[in-house]
Design a protein around this ligand. Structure first.
Ligand SMILES: *Cc1c(COP(=O)(O)O)cnc(C)c1O
Length: 408
């Protein structure tokens, strides 16, 4: 390639496989919660790249870390271990229930590893019949064939059959359904402590306690998918810490690398033993660049001061959104969620129209996410200030006003 091509949003439609329909503008630069597009227009970014850039864009400590590591060692493969990955393994196991970590490059891969581990552990210990996996309606666990099959949104697995078998979906937060579905052939139950893509829906404590008891009774593994809810998002390092119900396996990704691709599967010594040499692997997993960034992310997020600020920022943002619900009861129904993982739910009269509001907000320079057709999802950077929240409040109200005028 001799020169850089002149590219616009139109280029996407020419050369990229059409799995996405990105916005009309192209972001070219970010700092903290701000983004700028090709034309220099500024946006307040409350999407955090889908709950990923929790420390904001171009965080100076992370920029410095990745520069230093890039000048030192990028990649050696898993024929060798490396210092950053060992430090990250230490940090994550010290901070959680887990004894051991497996590193990969995304959330879907972390769940793939978790589900394969659960099957392998159960087969080795109890035999081939112990293969049933229980998951929940509306859950999301990634886009590999195994994880779309386990996920509870049929639209993601339709047309890809034959799918992996012995996977069943029951309603979330439904204790009776959980009792009814469990038997000794279940090897794993996989659950998001707060459903993200499925509509920003927190689990009840009684529900997670029930899953824990049923897994213990039937020698099944409880897997928490904390890819979205973890790394400080709900005000604890991981959301499960607020429930005090401990899993056997947990996955992390998204905010773990603040945008540098990394995923982690965490588990106990006993279960990890089923993954002997050669049973599972990845070329890039645990590479020094990703691990060095994640180590710094852990150092910044996993402090009492940082996490208590997430709690108070979450309360502020929730109060702001409740104010918007009160001002526009014909448009919005309620606010739900935990910490800085919040959903602004459309009113019954406006079901299916969340996207019209976020499109208007984008026009006004405020970037928001959706979770389905009826929920505006707020998963902003955890470094959000009261001033950002005030700006978001003004831009959101302005956008709703304009939407009411134009859409009626
Ligand atoms: C985003 C997400 C995944 C998938 O992660 P990828 O990095 O996109 O593969 C899995 N589970 C949950 C709960 C997620 O939010």
């Amino acid at each position: 390639m001799e020169k850089n091509y002149a590219v616009t949003r139109h280029t996407f439609d020419e050369v990229i496989v059409p799995t996405y329909a990105p916005s009309a503008f192209i972001p070219v630069r970010g700092a903290g919660l701000n983004l700028w597009d090709q034309q220099g227009k500024e946006y307040l970014d409350l999407t955090a790249g889908i709950a990923v850039t929790s420390l904001g864009h171009a965080h100076p400590v992370l920029v410095d870390t990745i520069k230093k590591q890039a000048e030192t060692l990028w990649h050696v493969s898993n024929y060798y271990t490396n210092e950053p990955v060992l430090q990250l393994g230490k940090a994550l196991t010290e901070a959680t229930f887990a004894d051991r970590a497996f590193f990969c490059n995304s959330g879907g891969e972390a769940n793939e590893a978790a589900l394969k581990l659960a099957r392998r552990w159960a087969h080795d210990k109890y035999g081939l019949q112990k293969a049933r996996i229980i998951s929940f309606v509306n859950s999301f666990h990634g886009r590999t064939l195994f994880t779309v099959s386990v996920g509870g949104q049929p639209k993601y697995s339709e047309g890809f059959g034959p799918l992996p078998g012995m996977i069943e979906h029951i309603p979330y937060n439904d204790i009776d359904a959980a009792h009814a579905v469990m038997d000794d052939d279940v090897c794993a139950v996989i659950v998001e402590p707060v459903q993200g893509e499925g509509g920003v829906m927190p689990a009840t404590t009684a529900f997670l306690q029930t899953l824990r008891e049923l897994c213990d009774r039937h020698n099944a593994l409880l897997i928490y998918d904390e890819i979205q809810s973890g790394m400080g998002r709900t005000g604890k390092l991981f959301a499960y810490m607020d429930y005090d119900v401990v899993p056997d396996i947990m996955t992390s990704a998204k905010a773990l690398g603040n945008g540098f691709p990394i995923g982690a599967m965490l588990t106990t010594n006993e279960i990890a033993a089923a993954f002997t040499v050669g049973v599972h692997g990845t070329t890039y997993g645990g590479n020094p660049l990703a691990a060095s960034v994640a180590c710094e992310v852990m150092k910044i997020i996993n402090t009492p001061d940082f996490l208590s600020r997430v709690v108070s920022a979450g309360e502020q943002l929730k109060k702001m959104l409740e104010g918007v619900v009160a001002a526009y009861p014909q448009v919005f129904g309620k606010v739900r969620g935990k910490g800085l993982m919040l959903g602004l739910v459309m009113s019954d009269a406006c079901l299916g129209r969340a996207k019209e509001i976020t499109a208007m907000a984008e026009k006004n320079g405020l970037l928001l996410l959706l979770a389905g057709l009826d929920v505006i999802r707020l998963v902003p950077p955890l470094i959000i200030t009261d001033e950002h929240i005030r700006r978001a409040d003004a831009l959101l109200r302005q956008s709703v006003d304009e939407w009411i005028k134009t859409a009626g």
